[in-house]
Design a protein around this ligand. Structure first.
Ligand code: GH3
Ligand code: MG
Ligand code: MG
Ligand code: MG
Ligand code: MG
Length: 301
């Protein structure tokens, strides 16, 4: 735990810091609001021990400021106050404090409170980790590690809204592997799965910008979401993918199109008057159909 001590009194800061060090944690200190904000800018603080009476700002007010800047982020704050009345304690809790101790601070009590907060912090970390895993389970396709249909729907909705708001062009590419049924039929389903994994890796490797997203749309169909990308950029990516598939040759001896795995791609962007995400997808669907009908292993916009 990294613990920030905010107190205008240097002696108190040093004494409290000594208790923190003795408990095996790392103390940081600030003499007022400005220094406190600076420490929070640079450091991942896990707990704040906050004085109440300070010359430049009241500890309750500083707590409100910190809650405001950290929004949803969980950061426990314990007041160390000279005031012993209950009303003052209640006011501190309402200002966003989690506990309230009176000065002179008893080192045994303070150490115990720090340990209690550290226990809560550990539970919180475990909960965050579990949430992270849940998010992965619900949004990532386990076979290909691409985002799944649910993740794609959410990402596409977000990307659509950003494009509308910022008046930028959003391009999408729908890919469908050519003659994949005969690949499965001839090489077997497990090798079909391996092929999907490799295919997905090759696509991912062609995406250079962090905002670009690859999703498994279903079966052997993939969607690439390209925020803030003109359709010409999407076509260049499609060219690169086709060339890359030819270079990396996942052999498919039973494909009527080619000796290796190829894909057909439908491309569209917000430039062509789609009214919503559904009609954007419909446009790529139609383009993909044309790519299939006119011989596969090509992209159509
Ligand atoms: P086309 O060129 O017209 O796209 O022909 P196709 O054979 O690829 O099209 P079709 O939609 O008929 O076949 C898709 C096949 O993809 C059928 C199914 O067996 C296979 N498939 C879908 N999901 C998976 C999967 O998760 N693993 C494996 N191994 N195969 C899958
Ligand atoms: Mg003070
Ligand atoms: Mg298909
Ligand atoms: Mg197919
Ligand atoms: Mg088909």
């Amino acid at each position: 735990m990294q613990i920030l001590v905010v107190d205008d009194n240097r002696l108190i800061r040093e004494m409290v810091s000594a208790i923190i060090t003795h408990e095996g944690y790392t103390p940081f200190s600030a003499s007022g609001a400005e220094e406190a904000h600076k420490v929070l800018d640079k450091t991942d603080i896990d707990l704040i021990l906050m004085d109440v009476e300070m010359p430049d700002i009241n500890g309750f007010e500083l707590t409100r400021q910190i809650r405001e800047r950290l929004k949803e982020q969980w950061l426990p704050i314990i007041f160390l106050s000279g005031q012993t009345n209950d009303q003052h304690l209640a006011e501190g809790i309402d200002a966003g404090g989690d506990d309230y101790l009176t000065k002179p601070v008893n080192s045994v009590v303070l150490s115990a409170k720090i340990r209690a907060m550290s226990r809560i912090a550990q539970m919180k970390a475990a909960l965050d980790e579990a949430n992270q895993q849940l998010l992965k389970l619900t949004h990532v396709d386990p076979l290909t590690e691409a985002i799944n249909r649910r993740g794609m729907d959410e990402a596409l909705d977000r990307a659509w809204r950003v494009a509308q708001r910022e008046k930028t062009e959003l391009s999408i590419v729908l890919l469908d592997i050519d003659h994949f049924k005969s690949y499965n039929d001839n090489y077997g389903h497990p090798q079909g799965d391996e092929c999907l994994k490799t295919f997905s890796k090759l696509l991912q490797a062609q995406l250079f910008r962090p905002a670009d997203l690859l999703a498994r749309y279903g079966g052997e169909e993939f969607m690439i979401i390209l925020p803030n990308t003109p359709v010409e950029g999407a076509k260049m990516l499609a060219d690169r993918i086709i060339i890359d598939l030819a270079k990396n040759k996942i052999l498919h001896d039973f494909s009527p199109t080619c000796d290796h795995i190829t894909a057909s791609l439908g491309i569209t962007s917000t430039r062509f008057g789609a009214k919503n995400v559904a009609s954007l997808i419909e446009q790529t669907d139609k383009a993909l159909y044309v790519a299939k009908e006119s011989g596969r292993n090509q992209h159509i916009c």
